[in-house]
Design a protein around this ligand. Structure first.
Ligand code: SF4
Length: 300
């Protein structure tokens, strides 16, 4: 996505998205950010990982000239979001880290226009550019692929430790962050690994960071692995909650009780969802309508 032109490091994809779409914000997924609203979502070619399960490999694992893109300034994307009634702009689909300069300009333009910019990332980024982005972003979702260096090396060609550092940095800077773990049967669903992941979130980030465990379906180079059994996701949710996490979700299973937000104070459902749709809301001014406990998030 970059080349050396006469000694200058040059981005080949700056301001050239290949995918633009209006999505529900819950699809990113953010479950504690502007419920029921939409995100003007865009992606550019490229990624810094090579996950064998990538669902967007047609744009993430190619060279820029292999994808059809179009020119779009940050300001034009923000104008489009306003036209579509989306209060957020989401950098997603591939990996925004490889087009970080555009993410920064988009986020700055969104902020200037009164919108929030969201980054959906694998978290495999150096602390300096992440710190710059934190200054302009509105919320970040990080895909934590597994809690094992072996998995990162063999399945994603990456490293776990820098991702954990990114999560710690986001928390330290008070950036609203949600975590997604795609649960792949036999590869990252072992009880000890899930317990270690939950303990890391609780102790290094805080029990109130939402963690979404989502269902895997065969894709890209993992066609030979079956879809995640729902009972595995239910078990993992129970483990993570048992380790003391307050907001543990099950994704890609519409109608599962893990789609709902449960108040950690009284145990009642405050946000009832069917997959990406909010169907009942017992949240008043950011607090549980039953017991008054504050539910963390960006609600307005
Ligand atoms: S980080 Fe995301 S976009 Fe990149 S290869 Fe992995 S799944 Fe695909």
């Amino acid at each position: 996505m970059r080349e050396n032109r006469g000694g200058k490091y040059h981005s080949l994809v700056y301001a050239r998205p290949c995918s633009v779409h209006v999505d529900p914000i819950e699809k990113k997924p953010f479950y504690h950010v502007l419920l029921g609203k939409t995100a003007l979502s865009l992606g550019l070619p490229g990624c810094n990982l090579q996950c064998k399960f990538c669902q967007n490999w047609e744009i993430s694992q190619v060279r820029p000239e292999q994808v059809r893109t179009f020119a779009a300034t940050a300001e034009s994307i923000v104008a489009l979001a306003k036209e579509q009634g989306s209060p957020t702009v989401a950098c997603t689909y591939s990996e925004p880290t490889v087009w970080a300069e555009y993410v920064f300009d988009l986020a700055a333009a969104a902020r200037k226009a009164g919108l929030r910019a969201l980054m959906v990332s694998n978290g495999f980024i150096q602390p300096e550019p992440m710190a710059d982005l934190i200054g302009v972003l509105g919320a970040v979702k990080v895909d934590l692929k597994a809690f094992s260096e072996t998995f990162y090396r063999d399945t994603c060609r990456g490293k776990l430790a820098p991702v954990l550092d990114t999560l710690r940095l986001l928390r330290k800077k008070n950036m609203w962050t949600e975590i997604v773990v795609l649960v792949i049967p036999g590869l990252n669903d072992h009880e000890a690994e899930i317990r270690a992941l939950a303990r890391f979130v609780k102790t290094d980030l805080g029990p109130d960071v939402p963690v979404h465990f989502t269902r895997f379906y065969p894709s890209y180079r993992l066609q030979n692995v079956p879809a995640t059994p729902v009972k595995t996701l239910t078990r993992i949710r129970d483990i993570a909650r048992g380790e003391g996490l307050d907001f543990v979700y099950v994704g890609n299973v519409p109608g599962h009780p893990g789609n709902n937000t449960v108040c950690p104070g009284c145990g009642k459902v405050v946000i009832r969802r069917v997959d990406m749709a909010v169907v009942k809301l017992d949240l008043k001014a950011g607090a549980c309508a039953h017991c008054g406990r504050a539910i963390p998030g960006i609600w307005s």
